[in-house]
Design a protein around this ligand. Sequence first.
Ligand code: AHR
Length: 637
Amino acid sequence: IDLLVHSSGGNATSPIAYGLMHEDINNSGDGGIYAELIRNRAFQGSEKFPSSLEAWTPFNGASALSLKKLCTPLSAALPYSLNVAPKSATTQQGKIGIVNSGFWGMDVRAEQKYSGSFYVKGGYEGHFTASLQSVITGEVFAAVKVEGVSSGETGGWVRREFTIVPGKTAGNSNNTFAITFDAAGVKNGSLNFNLISLFPPTYKNRPNGLRIDIAEALAELKPKFLRFPGGNMLEGDTLTTYWKWNETIGPLKDRPGMAGVWQYQLTTGLGLVEYMEWCDDMNLEPIVAVWDGLALDGNYVPQSQIGEVVQYALDELEFLTGDAATTKWGAVRASLGHPRPWKIKYVEIGNEDWLAGRPTAYDTYKQYRFQAFLTAFNDKYPNIQVIASPSVFDGMVIPAPGAGDYHPYLTPDKFVAAFDKFDNLSKQNLTLIGEAAATHPNGGIGWDGNLMANPWWGGSVGEAIFLIGAERNSEKVIGATYAPGLRNLNRWQWGMTLLQHAADPALTTRSTSWHVWRLLGSHVLTQTLPVTAQSGGIRPLYYVAGKSEGTHVFKAAVYNATQPVEISLRFEGMTAKGQTAALTVLRGPQDPYGVNDPFTQINVVNETTLAVAADEGGVFRFSLPHLSVAVLELAGN
Ligand code: AHR
């Protein structure tokens, strides 16, 4: 295939071509990127997931644990607390206490500082001990004394803080955290505990922050935006259980948590402010999805009440962007340690409104719900790009100046067939690819068939071809993100993710798709350039070319080739004999269904970078095998 990349023409690209999407699915927030080590730290519950003692056991079996709804709870948001009593109220001596098994274990590292805290209510003469220990051997890696409850403090809730620095790294993550105390020192029969928290060091040292290894693996993708908080999590199951932004801000003791839509209760410790801090720390453009009055059960807010829902979203924007001195919600944000308003350029109205409760609920979105938000946001925030949760590909005519959101979850063949999906899109129909992943193998299996358990190489190459097609149209495509991004190996609902993780950081595994999205996302184009095929053409080689900061870039992927594709590539007016370009190629395993499995630690994606020298005519010659993804980078603009 002979290709000529022209020196002019093409279009300026979106500045946020690749990004991230996050909602709490697969324990990707709690037990995932949110670094908290204690599971069920505040006994939060809901109608769907009643408060429980999940993850808690008595220390040495010596204490009786129960959940109590005290007359004086820690806070209105956290009505339940953990009551701990000696098993024998009159005769028991020795240590009793509580043990938390974490998010299926805890990573314990020598010299690492663990910051802990808990609330306790009741009389206790003596000191508490906070410790980290092995489940298997009982070895205690670290233990610190924590002040007891003086007689003057008895009666109210008191907060204790502590720091644990283990002297030794645990051999595995099968470890627990415990708070113990002397049975004999307990006054009035029992003690009550709540909001028991333990954080390892976090990404960029944020209090209440992100788990470092997971955040770093996401940052390696060089993302430019973060779409949050969903996804289905935003919508909630019912009209009363949506993601309420105002209940995810402020002190943790004032956050009630919420019934997750993915089979577990959420702490919302990773709340609105934490999402914004994540954006700050990775330099990401926030794409804030606001609740729009649709629930996953198909119920929706009637037209007569939509104004309240719009106002709720406007309040959220005021919280994020309002002046601290002159706006109510801006002042609240300032009181939480963020006096400077954030800048928001993108707001999405709902999530997948074309899906839940269709056709009726979708009709209401088309008839009045989207327009109500669009009008209100355009009036108050004319510089914000409002995005509808369906795209024009979902049968929605999106009123100007709205954009759309397209979520392809496809087979590899269908991704490849969608290579030219955006070619005929009008510039008025700006589209975000707010979620995308190869989910099913080829063979015509739709949503009734099994989702794949992992991203697999053939699927990842299919995604690459679709993304290259989107990049060719990057003046119409706001950006693209894989979803869902993360998956805890101990409890998950969707197998296809960029990263898999567990308590042990050694299990954090970059999937085949992570490699593909990283290669494409870390070579962003600032302008596309037309490519003319002198011989050959699109299929089985799919490509895009353009300029980047100080470089020219050619991206390509090969699919359904019977032999390696021989490529002769010339950049008009750019190259002379001997000039070199860096060619990075991702190749997969023989088996297109090969996956990156955390338990074997085998990475099936082979990445090579080599220098290719231009020949006499300034032509770069190289070949790409079947099922490969490549980027060629040439210095110079
Ligand atoms: O990414 C998983 C789910 O897929 C999202 O919650 C939803 O938006 C989509 O249907």
